[in-house]
Design a protein around this ligand. Structure first.
Ligand SMILES: Nc1ncnc2c1ncn2[C@@H]1O[C@H](COP(=O)(O)OP(=O)(O)O)[C@@H](O)[C@H]1O
Ligand SMILES: [Mg+2]
Length: 251
């Protein structure tokens, strides 16, 4: 589904990514782990079109996506979330979800004035979709709350919900459990499992190894801007080079 070949990215001479080769097949939850500074977030930024790559190729569903804008990439079904939740704190949960529905209605002035039957129908569909997603993420009871009033864990779920509003085929999640209360971490993990079961392929950057072990069928280890090794969690965790990479820069 996602093919990354020879991808490099430099920042003022520093190689954040130095030739990443990676293939991610359809289905399940793939974990991406590695010590701090390994290049995980930079890789997600490059895949999702936030950062241009310096060289290499990225393909999604067989087509080149490097060089496309991030909205074009998410429009093709490859959607990412951020390490720090974004969104609009002063809007409600429902409003935040609606804002991320693909091709929102009422964008043109004329449409806004006329409110055609089609645009009303489209709005109703979007609301329906937002309600379904909120239900799936157990956010239905806070739909009218301001995003800023949510707990840390609920904010993370809202971030995931906004991504789901784009109808992704593949979701890239950058540390969706970071800073979340341990009791909610398990809950978010359960939600990720049910999203994957619904047919959305998930790629998860996470540093909590127990979560990776629980959620991921396949784990890719990055170190020094490269893919180092991949396999089951037990396989990569038992690898001496992986252990050394973590020992060197552990935080
Ligand atoms: N915007 C940036 N400007 C300069 N250097 C950056 C930038 N983003 C990341 N880096 C560097 O790239 C390397 C990889 O960082 P990052 O992708 O954030 O790693 P990870 O997410 O695995 O912790 C680090 O050395 C980091 O300092
Ligand atoms: Mg990171």
């Amino acid at each position: 589904m996602l093919e990354i070949s020879g991808v490099t990215r430099q920042f003022a001479g520093v190689h954040a990514l130095s030739g990443v080769d990676m293939t991610i097949g359809k289905g399940g939850i793939t974990g991406v782990i590695g010590p701090n500074g390994a290049g995980k977030t930079t890789l997600f930024n490059c895949i999702s079109g936030i950062l241009p790559i310096s060289s290499g190729e990225i393909r999604f569903m067989g087509e080149r996506i490097d060089g496309l804008r991030s909205d074009q990439i998410s429009g093709r079904g490859l959607v990412r979330t951020f390490q720090l939740a974004r969104g609009f704190p002063r809007l409600t949960v429902l409003e935040n979800l609606l804002l991320y529905g693909a091709d929102q209605p009422g964008e043109g002035l004329l449409q806004a004035l006329v409110r055609s039957r089609a645009s009303i129908r489209r709005e109703e569909e979007l609301i329906e979709k937002a309600l379904t997603i909120a239900g799936r993420l157990k956010l239905a009871h806070v739909l009218d709350n301001k995003a800023s009033d949510l707990s840390g864990g609920q904010k993370k779920l809202l971030e995931i919900g906004r991504a789901l509003m784009r109808d992704p085929d593949m979701l890239l999640l950058d540390e969706p459990m970071a800073g979340v209360n341990p009791s909610l971490v398990r809950e978010i993990g359960d939600r990720l499992i049910s999203i994957a079961e619904a047919g959305i392929t998930i790629v998860l950057i996470e540093h909590q190894m127990d979560l990776i072990a629980r959620l991921c069928q396949h784990v890719i280890v990055m170190a020094d801007g490269k893919r180092m090794i991949e396999g089951t969690f037990d396989f990569v965790a038992g690898n001496i080079e992986v252990q050394n990479a973590y020992m060197g820069t552990r935080r």
